[in-house]
Design a binder for this molecule. Structure first.
Ligand code: MCN
Ligand code: CUM
Length: 796
């Protein structure tokens, strides 16, 4: 490098904690969310939802609703059926009712829609619709669904004679059986990962605008994956794809909630086509909590074959997933239970076998949504709870047991027990950093001392590897569409630039971080790069943002397109400097002549030349597009350690400290990465301590509002101590970055629960299901038994 190279941090390049450019409009209340958009002549849609979880629809009488002044349209399933739109395909090759025709299958299911001059008239008209239901027995958990004689929820499907969605398995059964035969000890654990809900502050919504002059359909909507939605709308509504434009404006949090296709979107589209006017639908909070993509609600059990010295020989795992009434998970087609089989990727385990069963129940469809990378959250939770139980059973130290079984640094690339290939990491080093930070040995002493005086202290560790960034296209597709991503870069003649990607930020800060990658690759200051996402008419095709795939896939495409631009700029530089291309060197922001480093041209001068002084035969302009198909997922690693104190009288537990060591490879923007980690840890704390959304025996959703389903505020949230000193660059990512968006929400819950269970050690309590509410802890302590969180089942 010559002295003229730019200071990368000053231009907002890689490693710069640049302030988020999008926040300027957000904190001034100038964001542009779906509900901020008003179109001329716009009408409003409201949805009538089923009060019952399971019932035959005998009749629907909409006549009173039609009579209300200001009502333009009342849609029912029967009307949708005449256009073949009563049912739609889901992203997991099932079907889902758009508006119910035959039966309602969960409380909150969409039964009818009213489109009116304003939302209040529409709401009133919904209440004027008379539906005659004949109730059927509800099914609120998999066991009920699987029981002999259980009513078949999906009697609409030919050939479906029970409530089983799928049976699936992966791993080496014979090898695992052998491992168990050779074991000195076998450890077992059973638990329920409760239903949890992403609950973004902004609910779902759409504005469909069918233009009768051009026949073009524009939909503004809250989607994390606009191009997938465009494909889905083209298929469902049988409209030509080039006549559909999906625009995701600002999104007030997605967290996975805004990946699926919802009936509200479809109904607003049909209504706009029928009325030839824009139709807006904005969901309310309870609508969001009872009807949109939930997460987890899965029963996990497993056993671990152990050698006396602590070596893990094999693992068996079984899952029963509650999918609600329709199997609508947005996940790679190949894997029925998402990436559940990423479990135990952290440890060097010779053999493992997983069986998975999905069951229909009378609940909203879902399972995969909420900072999860397709069930990785459940996988890592089970892994880390099982590891703690196994170490306890062997009487081994929690940290030592983990370290002994970790995949070693020189073992990479490493084939996980279920067949993934992890590529890099420094697991033991991360653990050491975490243990030193929490002052592990001293805490153990303090814990023993406190115990003598009746105080219950606990320490929980969670060490986890997360597969982030679907695809590669060989293995990952949704509905056959391969999971790659894209970036398009246009450098204007003054050297300012416009970057677009196929991802869609919902709060993660892409407008800030993508510009930093361009700055790193081209030396164009990040402030000179505008980032746009979310408009299918302008953005290059991409699969959207979820599974923390943006940095691993779209972010890689940003680096690759920048390099294409640099390659052309190099030719322009050679032309301007009147030397051959081979004599040109690059340093940040500038090309120079190797033999005479003071002779150089800036990237901005090259940009100007691309429009004003290009060599003979060169195509003008400085623009390009890159599609990036990653060779593998990225594999970040994290260590989360929590200490707690449990009050033995009340079961209340307080977090004393929380240490987080995240290795997500090269950090583009350290401040944004820390924000992602703090947000994820807060969600982990919420899930493990307070968030409760369940169903009573009659199938009523309990916790469908913010009075019951708690979001922690700054007051409840513990302080976090974050560590960033371990950096293992991703070997195949162009800038060495791994994903981070979900790590803390994935790995965090086990640390909190492990800490509480650790505080109860000696009582024989092995498990308390989340949320670990004080009354559950009290029950466990008082009766010295495990506490299950499974919903109650009707006994009559
Ligand atoms: N980043 C970085 N360096 C890295 C990795 C990431 O600077 N080595 C930056 C990225 O450039 C990006 C952010 O961190 O600005 C998150 O990046 P990434 O891990 O690629 O995740 P995605 O952008 O794909 O975001 C998806 C992820 C998911 S799946 C959920 S769910 C979730 C999450 O992000 N939803 C969120 N975090 C969220 N944060 C907010 N504010 N809102 C949501 O809805
Ligand atoms: Cu599964 S929640 Mo995120 O992957 O959008």
């Amino acid at each position: 490098m010559t002295s003229q190279a730019l200071d990368e941090i000053k231009i907002g390049g890689l490693g710069s904690s640049r302030k988020r450019v999008e926040d300027d409009r957000f904190i001034r209340g100038r964001g542009n969310y779906t509900d901020d958009i008003t179109l001329p002549g716009m009408l409003h849609m409201e949805i009538l939802r089923s009060p019952l979880p399971h019932a035959i629809i005998k009749s629907i009488d909409t006549s009173k609703a039609w009579e209300i002044p200001g009502v333009h349209l009342v849609l029912t399933g029967e009307m949708m059926a005449t256009r073949n739109l009563a049912w739609m395909p889901t992203l997991s090759y099932d079907t889902q009712a758009v508006l119910a025709t035959d039966k309602v299958r969960f409380q909150g299911q969409e039964v009818a829609c009213v489109i009116a001059d304003d939302p209040y008239i529409a709401k009133d008209a919904c209440e004027a619709i008379e539906v005659d239901y004949e109730p059927l027995p509800p099914i609120v958990n998999p066991w009920q669904g699987l029981a002999e004689g259980a009513p078949v929820i999906r009697d609409d499907k030919t050939g479906q004679s029970d409530n089983v969605v799928y049976n699936w398995e992966v791993g080496d059964k014979a090898g695992t059986d052998r491992a168990f035969e050779q074991a000195d000890a076998i450890s077992k654990l059973e638990l329920h990962y409760p239903r949890s809900h992403p609950s973004p502050i902004e609910c779902c919504g759409s504005i469909a605008d069918f233009n009768r002059a051009t026949s073009k359909l524009t939909v503004y909507m809250t989607t994390q994956a606009p191009h997938i939605i465009r494909a889905a709308v083209a298929m469902v509504a049988e409209l030509p794809e080039h006549m559909i434009r999906i625009i995701s404006p600002d999104i007030g949090g997605g967290f996975g909630n805004k990946v699926p296709v919802y009936p509200g979107y479809v109904c607003s589209i049909l209504a706009s086509i029928l009325l030839e006017r824009p139709v807006k639908w904005i969901e309310d909070k309870t609508g969001n909590l009872i009807s949109t993509g939930f997460a987890r609600d899965i029963y996990l059990k497993g056993e671990m074959a152990l050698r006396r010295d602590g070596k893990i020989l094999g693992v068996r795992m079984h899952t029963d997933a509650d999918h609600g009434a329709f199997f609508s998970d947005a996940q790679p087609s190949k894997f029925k239970i998402g990436l559940m089989h990423s479990a135990f990727a952290t440890y060097d385990i010779p053999a493992a076998h997983l069986t998975a069963r999905g069951v229909y129940t009378n609940k909203a469809p879902g399972g995969v949504a909420y900072r999860c990378s397709f069930r990785v959250t459940e996988a890592m939770f089970f892994q880390e709870r099982m590891i703690q139980a196994a170490a306890d059973d062997l009487g081994m130290d929690q940290a030592a047991f983990r370290r002994m079984n970790f995949v070693r640094d020189d073992d990479f690339p490493h084939r996980t027990p279920f067949g993934f290939l992890t590529d890099s990491g420094q697991y033991a080093k991360c653990l050491d950093v975490g243990l030193a930070a929490i002052d592990y040995d001293n805490f153990r002493k303090e814990q023993a001392e406190a115990r003598k005086r009746g105080r219950l202290l606990g320490l929980g560790i969670s060490t986890m590897t997360e597969p982030l960034g679907a695809g590669n296209s060989r293995e990952y597709d949704i509905l056959g569409i391969k999971m790659f991503d894209s970036a398009e870069l246009k450098v204007h003649m003054t050297g300012k630039a416009l970057l677009r990607t196929g991802a869609k930020t919902q709060g993660q800060g892409h407008e800030t971080t993508w510009a930093q990658i361009v700055a790193h690759e081209l030396g164009i200051p990040a402030d000179d790069v505008t980032v746009e996402e979310g408009d299918t008419d302008t953005a290059p095709f991409g699969m959207g943002t979820y599974a923390s795939r943006s940095t691993p896939v779209a972010g890689a495409a940003v680096a690759m397109v920048s390099r294409k631009i640099r390659a052309k700029a190099r030719k322009l530089a050679a032309h301007l400097l009147e030397v051959s291309e081979e004599d040109i060197e690059w340093e940040l922001g500038r090309f120079y002549v190797r033999s005479s480093p003071s002779r150089g041209v800036t990237i901005q001068e090259c940009a100007m030349a691309a429009y004003s002084n290009m060599p003979d035969g060169m195509e003008p302009g400085l623009e390009n597009t890159a599609y990036y198909d990653p060779p593998n997922l990225t594999w970040p690693f994290a260590v989360y350690i929590v200490t707690v104190e449990v009050d033995p009288e009340t079961g209340v537990w307080d977090v004393l400290r929380m240490v987080a060591v995240d290795d997500c490879g090269v950090r583009i923007n350290p401040m944004i990465v820390e924000g992602q980690i703090m947000g994820g840890l807060t969600e982990a704390y919420a899930m493990s301590s307070m968030q409760f959304i369940t169903f009573d025996a009659d199938g009523n959703c309990v916790g469908s509002n913010y009075m019951d389903y708690l979001l922690p505020t700054a007051w409840e949230t513990p302080g976090y101590e974050l560590h960033s000193e371990v950096v293992t660059p991703c070997p195949h990512h162009p800038i060495g970055a791994k994903g981070i968006g979900e790590c803390a929400a994935v790995g965090g819950p086990a640390a909190f629960v492990n800490a509480v269970i650790d505080a109860l050690s000696g009582t024989g309590v092995r498990n308390i299901d989340m949320p670990v509410l004080p009354d559950r802890v009290w029950e466990a302590l008082t009766y010295r038994r495990d506490v299950s969180g499974a919903p109650p089942v009707r006994q009559d």
